[in-house]
Ligand binder design. Sequence first.
Ligand code: 7JD
Ligand code: MG
Length: 214
Amino acid sequence: YGSTRPERILAEVKSKATRGDARSVVDTIDQYCRHQEWAMNVGDEKGTILDSIVCEVKPRAMLELGTYCGYSAVRIASLLPPNSRLITMEFNPVFAAIARQVIAWAGVEDKVVLIEGPSGDWIPKMKKEFGLTSFDLVFLDHWKDCYLPDTKLMEECGLLRTGSILVADNVICPGAPDYLEYVRGSPRYESKYFRSHLEYTRVEDGIEKSVFLG
Ligand SMILES: O=c1[nH]cnc2c(O)cc(-c3ccc(F)cc3)cc12
Ligand SMILES: [Mg+2]
């Protein structure tokens, strides 16, 4: 029987990364996906941009849409201040099962809550389920067609406050044109584009950072 790409990534982490060392998990996945088989992690180049924003914002409450194998959840969690929480949402159960193990191997499970299911179902329930008022930082990295509807839903559900920051991966490749048009055209957002490359390639991609103005 064949293994899946996420299973091969987990196997690589278990055999090469130091247990409890988040940075070695991140580096192991980058090494594997750059030299063995490509996978849709945010990667090292765009990851550095994400790191700088996480360090600048120091979020107490952060949301990630799209966990995949847990690469960015581990990367983000390793930078979070004490008693901060990353909630990461994944609708694909195969990805979620792998991500749980990658997050555990990295030793960041006390900072990360992984929830499974469609973002559209979960977003309206989050305030109540997690007793939170709003998110300081949201990383959109799930499916390009969901970026805009989920952003509007987060606005409607009161999950964004004045100063909340949205960080969106892949705004060029695969691209999220409707989302870009919205955050760049709306007076309720102050948006900035960070030019970069699609993970592990020379193809142009970028990250859009958008501050919600309320
Ligand atoms: O579907 C995606 N979700 C989240 N991140 C992604 C990501 O960083 C890259 C890609 C992707 C880009 C080019 C390609 F030829 C095939 C897939 C997809 C996703
Ligand atoms: Mg991505």
